[in-house]
Design a binder for this molecule. Structure first.
Ligand SMILES: Cc1cc2nc3c(=O)[nH]c(=O)nc-3n(C[C@H](O)[C@H](O)[C@H](O)COP(=O)(O)OP(=O)(O)OC[C@H]3O[C@@H](n4cnc5c(N)ncnc54)[C@H](O)[C@@H]3O)c2cc1C
Length: 312
């Protein structure tokens, strides 16, 4: 096993922040992953599973245990069923499905990250959600090494949520059930999603996508509902875009160090060049407290934020 030491995590995070991983291992196969899980258990090292790094904020002090970079990829198609390794990128999945004239995942055009990451967080956009097409998921338990296969229902998907956020398991492979569709029309949908993202999102700076989940309408105090009335969307239930709330709290452009509330989309924090994780976490705290004070709304963070306190 080739365990590396002191590998800078900023190189594996789309935010480009984070100190070194004490130990680092790239797992290309299920066997290598199992070896890494066993080693972490024997050595009592804290363990972190990393894939595309598009939804995680690593602390400046780094990670004091083993970071396993998941590289189990590969996409196969059989009829309308697509099976892929957890580290397959969403781009590969979308492109493969479209090449085979399969519909159901084209909404994910431009969605960064891996298939496994999308399942864990039930990633979604443009009214589509990963859960809509997942048939089954295979995972390995961190501690026992036991392999489990779950059906869609057993994955307990919710808004940006699944059972995998609440258990210690690594998703290794999953199967999608898609439907026949028209290749050209599907390509057009995916390309329009990519273009929308390029136009509306601050992709010119390092970021991790939306910092806060959208706010369910029921969490908006009655006396503020009229204020947000024209912005209510169904995605996947009635929400007020958190970007609109942050913008109306006057926070667009607000900066802590080189971390800034994007001028282009207020639910994005961008790294203007030399932001630290600490700048970003301070900015997140400032946004949450300002919004709470102005609107009485509790914003809920979306990415995995690893701080010194949360590493156990
Ligand atoms: C520009 C931009 C736009 C985005 N737009 C959207 C959007 O529209 N909708 C949306 O939902 N998200 C969006 N995101 C967030 C992100 O793309 C998704 O959350 C993505 O699914 C994360 O996948 P990843 O492989 O990068 O995960 P990582 O960042 O590597 O990991 C995120 C978390 O998932 C865990 N994890 C990853 N792989 C596995 C696995 N195989 N088994 C178990 N746990 C695992 C990690 O331990 C970590 O806790 C966006 C991000 C960016 C940068």
């Amino acid at each position: 096993m080739q365990i590396e030491e002191n590998i800078p995590l900023r190189d594996y995070s789309t935010f480009r922040v984070g100190g070194p991983a004490r130990y680092f291992f790239k797992a290309d196969t299920g066997e290598e992953l199992t070896e890494a899980l066993t080693l972490a258990k024997e050595e009592k090292w804290p363990l972190f599973i990393l894939a595309g790094g598009s939804n995680v904020i690593f602390p400046d002090s780094g990670f004091p245990g083993l970071v396993v970079l998941l590289a189990i990829a590969g996409v196969t198609v059989s009829g309308t069923t697509v099976t892929a390794g957890a580290a397959a990128t969403m781009k590969e999945l979308v492109d493969t499905a479209i090449e085979h004239g399969l519909a159901g995942i084209e909404w994910a055009g431009g969605l960064p990250g891996s298939f496994g990451g999308a399942i864990r967080g039930n990633a979604g956009a443009f009214r589509g959600e990963t859960k809509d097409v997942v048939a089954s998921v295979i995972s390995i338990d961190h501690h026992s090494g036991q392999i489990r296969t779950r059906t869609n229902v057993e994955c307990q998907f919710g808004y940006r949520d699944s059972i995998f956020k609440h258990v210690h398991e690594v998703i290794v492979e999953a199967t999608l059930q898609l439907k026949p569709g028209d290749k050209a029309a599907l390509r057009e949908v995916a390309d329009s999603r990519i273009a929308f993202r390029q136009e509306r999102h601050p992709l010119e700076y390092p970021n991790v996508g939306s910092i806060f989940k959208n706010t369910p309408l029921e969490k908006v105090p009655d006396h503020w509902r009229e204020h947000f009335n024209d912005f209510i969307k169904v995605d996947p239930f009635e929400i007020v875009p958190s970007g609109k709330i942050i913008q109306d709290a006057g926070l667009k452009g607000y900066q802590v160090g080189d971390a800034q509330v994007s001028e282009k989309h207020a639910n994005y924090i961008v790294n203007l060049g030399h932001a630290t994780a600490s700048d970003i976490v301070q900015l997140i705290r400032h946004i949450r407290s300002t919004v709470k004070l102005k609107f009485g709304i509790e914003l809920e963070t979306e990415p995995e934020i690893l701080t010194e306190e949360t590493i156990v």
